[in-house]
Design a protein around this ligand. Sequence first.
Ligand SMILES: C[S@@+](CC[C@H](N)C(=O)[O-])C[C@H]1O[C@@H](n2cnc3c(N)ncnc32)[C@H](O)[C@@H]1O
Ligand SMILES: CC(C)=CCC/C(C)=C/CC/C(C)=C/C(=O)O
Length: 301
Amino acid sequence: MNLASLYQRANKVQRHDAKLILDEYATILQWRSDGQDSLLDVGSGPGNVLMDFVHPLLPKSYEMLVGTDISKKMVGYANKLYERYARTQFQVLDIGCEQLPDQLKGRFDHVTSFYCLHWVQNLQTALHNIYNLLRNEGGDCLLVFLATNPVYEVYKVLQTDRKWAGFMQDVEQFISPLHYSDDPVKHFDKLLTEAGFVYRNVELRSEVFVYEGVRTLKDNVKAVCPFLERIPTSLHEEFLDDFVDIVISMNLKEDQKIDCEKDRLEDRFISPYKLVVAYARKSPEFIRNVFSETSNTKGVK
Ligand SMILES: C[S@@+](CC[C@H](N)C(=O)[O-])C[C@H]1O[C@@H](n2cnc3c(N)ncnc32)[C@H](O)[C@@H]1O
Ligand SMILES: CC(C)=CCC/C(C)=C/CC/C(C)=C/C(=O)O
């Protein structure tokens, strides 16, 4: 994903989910008593979710805020947009890398990640890295990503079309590693345990988002579809038309509705998807605090 400005304009669902979950977790994250928290975000993209929803939660005296992304273009865009913020920077990091940069190891009180981990096939390595980014004395992480989304089934159908097959040979690389899992909660909890996290709370949330109008759906697909950058621009509209036809054949188009602002009938497309929301703490020291604070929390392992 490289289209920073397009993604920033077409990420309503991602922003909605991040805001909702952060409202809920703002008081659960283990803020430092001295207000000198450091936080690293994984897969920040253009940076607007991090700066609009995470940054305001940090204490004024925070030590450092680091946004990271595998894409140089995303990092360059975010650095330009947010250069006026003190103690804040964006840098390139592949969270699935074999060797974390030394200067990042053990430096952070918190790691967050929104809508990124479904892009990472090797979750085991990613979680090992997230664990090692956190301070040895403790630290926590909030990880939000897709387990399933109808987009993956649409991609698989498009790949069977001779027109697009050549561009989509590696389609499985772009499908969430939990898409085929019978029990994504158990699966992810096991990975967190293996990475070393001692306190874990993993939930699977069933959500529905409605895209109002075919243009909105197409713009959202354009912002995240990894295949379009391989397809000649002259064929993009045809690819998107085929995408929409498959969505319709999957019965995901609702009856038309009047759009009062535009004074015309709009098609509506429904996207039922499942989101993993995982919160984990590294240090056993925190467990004692947690049990006394949230003894009624559901699903705490
Ligand atoms: C859908 S965007 C999410 C951006 C932002 N967090 C948000 O919520 O709007 C996913 C981002 O994850 C990045 N990404 C994908 N694979 C990654 C990896 N292995 N390591 C770090 N970032 C990755 C992509 O480049 C992209 O910018
Ligand atoms: C109705 C339908 C198939 C909608 C799909 C909409 C869409 C663009 C989903 C993208 C999901 C995704 C991989 C998001 C992301 O990483 O930000």
